[in-house]
Design a binder for this molecule. Structure first.
Ligand code: DP6
Length: 370
């Protein structure tokens, strides 16, 4: 698929858009996702150094409303015109970031210069929860941009192409956002791998291989250990991989862990699932600890929680495990059938180590078509 707007469409568009005024609103909602196989290290224009795989969440999402109105004939069509509101307040910082992002898209998506845009965005989760929102927010923005293109140019009629392009644009905003455009798909992968057909570094795809029933409606309880902003941005973190002495080994490990996870997902093998998922979390943090400069992103509470999860698993023979993103918060993962026991354990034993006792209950969406 060609992700640039073609000359033909552009010609049609310029003649159409200059003649009649068009305005409208598009609205989209995108979930947050949690990577099991981590994307850490990139090259070129937001291309991943290894394939990644994530669980889609349900309760943590961003909703974005985009108003557009075509510019008057005498207004410049080579500039972005944008106003941005976050949680009902004008937000200059986010506006600048999105403005820059849209500007970077202009050469391939020239229709963006033909409209005045007003964007309103909000998260379902508290802003101070230390949860990365770039994935859900960039995904929802990308879906709105694709809808805008569809309304202005009558392109992207094909559903698969629509979502592929949304994932492609989301990736340019933030790598992990590529995996957040598919709301109702429980598992998503991004990055070329021979283990899964039709995968690409350019966009993420719904996971197409068999998934055992034990993973249906899998639970993710997000423990807020720290609500502070991360001490290293993802961008800087990815860049540190360029000089990390273990980088090559890590990329190879990601491929072999993905292969193991695929088999575990099919067989319902929670033991291997846990081994792989926890290994990915530890390796991500180990890579940061041996970067130059080094970063310790776990807090004392993170380690205490991890040990308690491992002990509870052993003592009760319940396949509960954890994963981490590039921060101190812990995602506790467990099958739906153990929900009561696990939530009781979290409430009694893990909550005391959460910042202000905060945690968020989430889960995978029930599989349905997009
Ligand atoms: C540890 O997607 O936030 O969460 O592409 O620079 O925006 P940028 O990075 P980002 O990196 C996410 C890293 C991670 C692992 C993952 O989600 O796969």
């Amino acid at each position: 698929m060609n992700f640039s707007v073609t000359d033909n469409d552009f010609f049609k568009e310029t003649s159409l858009l200059s003649k009649e005024e068009k305005k409208g609103t598009v609205i989209h909602k995108s979930p947050s996702n949690i990577a099991l196989i981590k994307y850490w290290g990139k090259h070129g224009v937001q291309l991943p150094n290894n394939p990644s795989l994530s669980f889609t969440l349900t309760n943590a999402f961003t909703e974005t409303k985009l108003h557009y109105q075509t510019k008057a004939e005498n207004e410049s069509k080579s500039e972005i015109s944008l106003e941005f509101w976050f949680e009902n307040k004008k937000n200059e910082k986010f506006e600048q970031k999105i403005h820059k992002f849209l500007e970077s898209l202009l050469p391939t998506q020239p229709f963006l210069g033909f409209v005045h845009l007003k964007i309103y965005s909000q998260n379902s989760f508290p802003h101070s929860a230390g949860i990365a929102s770039s994935a859900s927010s960039m995904a929802t923005l990308a879906l709105c941009l694709c809808d805008l293109e569809k309304q202005l140019l009558n392109t992207l009629e094909n559903k698969e192409e629509f979502y592929q392009k949304a994932s492609y644009l989301a990736r340019l905003g933030s790598g992990s956002a590529a995996r957040s455009v598919y709301s109702n798909i429980p598992i998503t992968t991004w990055g070329q791998t021979n283990a899964i057909e039709n995968t690409s570094d350019l966009y993420a795809s719904p996971y197409s291989l068999p998934i055992h029933d034990i993973f249906q409606n899998y639970q993710d309880t997000i423990l807020i250990v720290s609500a502070e902003e991360k001490s290293v941005s993802s961008r800087a973190g990815h860049a540190l991989m360029e000089t990390n002495p273990f980088a090559q080994t890590r990329y190879e490990l990601a491929h072999s862990n993905l292969q193991k996870l695929i088999t575990a997902l099919e067989k319902g093998d929670t033991k291997t699932f846990i081994e792989v998922v926890e290994n990915e979390a530890f390796v991500l943090h180990a890579l940061m600890m041996c970067s130059s400069p080094p970063f310790i992103l776990m807090e004392t509470g993170t380690l205490t929680i991890i040990k308690k999860i491992q002990k509870f698993r052993k003592d009760n023979n319940i396949p509960i495990c954890f994963t981490l993103d590039a921060g101190a918060n812990v995602h506790v993962l467990y099958p739906n059938k153990y929900k009561n026991e696990c939530l009781d354990f979290i409430e009694r034993k893990l909550k005391p180590f959460c910042f202000e006792g905060k945690y968020l209950k989430d889960q995978l969406p029930v599989n349905s078509n997009q």
